[in-house]
Write a protein that binds this ligand. Structure first.
Ligand SMILES: Nc1ncnc2c1ncn2[C@@H]1O[C@H](COP(=O)(O)OP(=O)(O)O)[C@@H](O)[C@H]1O
Ligand SMILES: [Mg+2]
Length: 385
């Protein structure tokens, strides 16, 4: 599709399919990407695409180690896709499910680290501004399925801002909305205007779930769930986990105050409290600890991925894709945006002769000094695990 080769479907949601794929960057190196392809009913809805475009224009300003970078939002052959940084790992929701199955638990230190890292990315988004004007970004869907944990322990937030567009569209589908309501702030469940403190509450709910072993709000029906969230009176988590440190219980309660004026005013204040707890209780804490947990939890999947890589032969298309599509947020990304260097075949730069079977693309990358090596039949980065 366009500049991207899609290799595997990794998720299927209410709004889009998510694929793993790759492309080649300006140096001719293969670069892994995640491609989110809107389902046709959304891609064909011009009003929806316009709304999404506006959201992604804001999101394209976000560059932070705890946010999966969005490369482009493009319209290719009538389809709408979002290309973003591929995170080699799993989302927190699947990880919790898998942990339960294997009777493993993310301990309090790892839980604090995951949420503190995600809060770091969140705060960056809350603070984002353009030419001195705050963008007023609110995530609106800070939940375990939107927190990715790489096998090396890095934590990245996804699905920024687009919750607004989504919530306007999928409200009628049962099940979809229920999953989203679970981590909503009370003001969101009331349909009020939101600010960053709504995300602070949601992050508190996620931390609650990680610590207590169950989500703070549960109900049989969606309507009941909305009322439960509005009340914002979850069971104290120490009733569920007697061994929960007092300090963590206090932090969760501070984040989940029903009245937003009583919460942490910023994601940063919340994060700082968590890190203070972590550094005091476990001064030697390193990200590799979380990496170890992820590698144990997903050992089979990692093994299967590696096997797939062994058989992997780079399949270059006979012709370079003629149509890269139209990037809907091109002007927001600027002329130097990463995607503008991407091509579906490795394009060598630096004035050397193209390799056999290679073509030079019209959008070939700007010249860089060093001639580079094209890695074939192998995914760079796969050795780093
Ligand atoms: N950049 C990415 N890298 C790796 N996996 C991803 C990426 N983006 C999404 N996923 C996987 O796809 C799932 C759904 O993605 P998301 O963008 O949240 O779509 P949805 O609109 O369905 O919420 C995530 O929970 C995660 O498992
Ligand atoms: Mg999501």
């Amino acid at each position: 599709m366009g500049r991207y080769h899609l290799t595997e479907r990794i998720a299927f949601g209410g709004m889009a399919e998510i694929f793993r794929g790759f492309t080649f960057d300006a140096e001719g190196f293969q670069r892994d990407v995640a491609v989110k392809k809107l389902l046709p009913q959304y891609a064909e809805d011009a009003a929806f695409v316009t709304m999404l475009t506006d959201e992604y224009k804001l999101v394209s300003h976000l560059h932070h180690p705890n946010i999966a970078e969005v490369y482009e939002l493009a319209q290719v052959d009538g389809a709408v896709l979002v290309a973003m940084e591929y995170v080699d790992g799993k989302d927190l929701r699947s990880s919790l499910r898998s942990a339960r199955r294997q009777e493993l638990t993310l301990d309090f230190y790892d839980a604090a680290y995951v949420v503190a890292s995600a809060l770091d990315g969140l705060h960056h988004a809350h603070e984002a501004s353009e030419a001195g004007t705050p963008l007023g970004i609110v995530h609106r869907d800070f939940s375990p399925s939107n927190i990715l944990i790489a096998y090396d322990g890095r934590v990245k937030l996804i699905d920024f801002g687009i919750a607004k567009a989504r919530l306007m569209r999928v409200q009628t589908r049962t099940g979809v909305i229920k999953g989203k309501v679970k981590y909503m702030s009370p003001e969101q469940a009331f349909g009020r205007t939101l600010d960053r403190r709504s995300d602070v509450f949601s992050a508190g709910s996620v931390l609650y779930e990680l610590c207590a072993g169950q989500a703070p709000f549960k109900a049989r029906t969606e309507v009941d769930l909305i009322y439960t969230v509005r009340d914002a009176a979850p069971r104290p988590c120490r009733e569920l986990r007697a061994d929960l440190p007092q300090e963590l219980a206090r932090i969760i309660a501070a984040a989940m105050s029903r009245d937003r004026r009583d919460r942490y005013p910023t994601a940063l204040a919340f994060r700082d409290d968590l890190l203070r707890y972590l550094h005091r209780e476990c001064p030697q804490y390193r990200r590799t600890r979380l990496a170890r947990f992820m590698k144990t939890l997903w050992a089979e999947e990692i093994e299967a991925d590696l096997r797939a890589l062994e058989d992997y032969v780079l399949d270059l298309p006979p012709e370079p894709a003629a149509e890269y599509g139209h990037n809907l947020i091109a002007e927001a990304l600027g002329p130097e945006a990463a995607y503008s260097h991407f091509s579906p075949i490795p394009t060598r730069v630096g004035g050397t002769q193209p390799l056999e079977g290679e073509a030079t693309l019209p959008s070939a990358a700007p010249l860089k000094e060093a001639p580079t090596v094209v890695v074939r039949g192998k995914k760079p980065g796969s050795e780093t695990r």
